[in-house]
Design a protein around this ligand. Structure first.
Ligand code: LAC
Ligand code: ZN
Length: 364
């Protein structure tokens, strides 16, 4: 089923700061539509021009603005969807306050197509953050990077993004896209911040003096320079995939345990036989790590399982933003209790008793 032709985008309701869009419109189209009218859509990710809004809602997409705006579910005010029995549920009136029973929009959001097909959504918009600065900071550990996130969050400028790249992912993207190493000296980790500081770099003042900053601080004020710094982060998946089929894990860990878990994931990847390249990078402030591992045997699931089991030991989630899908369905028990999985199965059975909707996804 393709929803691509359901691509209508209504005019913006300036009174409520909301917008109704068909599920086939791309994320990029919605972002541009909102921006042209002086608003901002709260979700952004590298696949903005191919991802449909319906897809981002069905998967509760995260991305690079979660620290500022929350995930897709936090943008959702209402939903229209077709259920397995052919009934249409439609609740697009845009009431922010509406406690009449279960929140079906939230339920369908992140259900990965297992409960129904989303046809339209009502989204809340944000006031634009204004001009921003992007900074790249060298640090010597995940723990130091987290201390800088804390400093940044308690400073004056709003943090719009806080991303981390380890040395191996930096080397990979530099090699794949022929990018220069962005610092004068090599650093074990690079931390990328985007701050809503009026675009003059003032948001980085309280960070620059912090003892956790290793070497130089690179700050970009112009749009082209900001994009240039973002390239190191946004091109990671592409950089690893050009080496072959790669194991692309997407996990999250409670922030107090993130540093230790990330170090174990790196050590574990480095010690795996046959590994050609690896990196542990991602949306640091969300506790969301992307673990990229390329090995000689792309079909081997042992690599994935080792990562997911490590994360489970730290009481993390085996899918922070990409979803469970079919690949991780057998591993759901690593981060959900039998009671939780039982409740989810009951919902699935009630709404889709014949199992028509995306069979095999979420539940093995
Ligand atoms: C990223 C996507 C793949 O953050 O989740 O690069
Ligand atoms: Zn991501």
């Amino acid at each position: 089923v393709s929803t691509r032709r359901l691509d209508s985008i209504d005019s913006i309701d300036h009174l409520s700061g909301q917008l109704t869009v068909g599920s086939g419109a791309t994320l990029g189209d919605v972002q541009r539509h909102a921006a042209a009218a002086g608003w901002e859509y709260g979700v952004d990710l590298a696949a903005r021009d191919t991802a449909t809004i319906g897809g981002t809602v069905a998967t509760n997409a995260g991305g690079i603005r979660v620290i500022a705006n929350g995930m897709t579910r936090a943008q959702l005010v209402g939903i229209e969807a077709v259920l397995a029995d052919g009934s249409v549920i439609s609740h697009l009136g845009g009431m922010l306050k509406d406690n009449t029973g279960y929140d079906l929009a939230s339920l369908l959001c992140g259900s990965e197509g297992t409960l129904g097909i989303i046809t339209a959504v009502r989204l809340r918009l944000h006031r634009p953050a204004g001009a921003t600065s992007v900074g790249f900071i060298g640090v010597s550990s995940y723990a130091d990077a987290l201390s800088l996130v804390e400093v940044a969050r308690s400073g004056g400028a709003r943090v719009l993004a806080a991303e981390i790249l380890d040395e191996t992912s930096m080397d990979r993207v530099c090699e794949a896209f022929n990018l220069p190493w962005p610092f004068r000296a090599r650093v074990p980790y690079a931390l990328l911040f985007e701050l809503a500081d009026g675009g003059d770099g003032s948001g980085f003042e309280n960070l620059a003096e912090h003892p956790a900053v290793l070497g130089d601080l690179v700050v970009a004020l112009q749009a082209r320079d900001r994009e240039r710094l973002w390239e190191y982060r946004e091109k990671q998946a592409e950089a690893f995939s050009e080496l072959g089929v790669f194991h692309n894990l997407d996990v999250s860990v409670p922030l107090p345990r993130l540093a230790e878990c990330a170090e174990q994931l790196r050590a574990q990847a480095a010690a795996m036989p046959g590994v050609i390249a690896y990196g542990v990078f991602g949306h640091l402030a969300d506790g969301n790590l992307h673990v990229a591992i390329v090995d000689g045997d792309p079909d081997s699931y042992a690599v994935d399982r080792a990562v997911l089991e490590c994360v489970a030991r730290f009481e993390g989630s085996i899918s922070a933003e990409h979803g469970v899908g079919r690949v991780k369905a057998a591993e759901l028990h690593l981060c959900r209790t039998p009671a939780e999985i039982g409740a989810m199965r009951s919902i699935k059975a009630a709404l889709d008793p014949a199992g028509l909707m995306n069979p095999g996804v979420i539940f093995s």
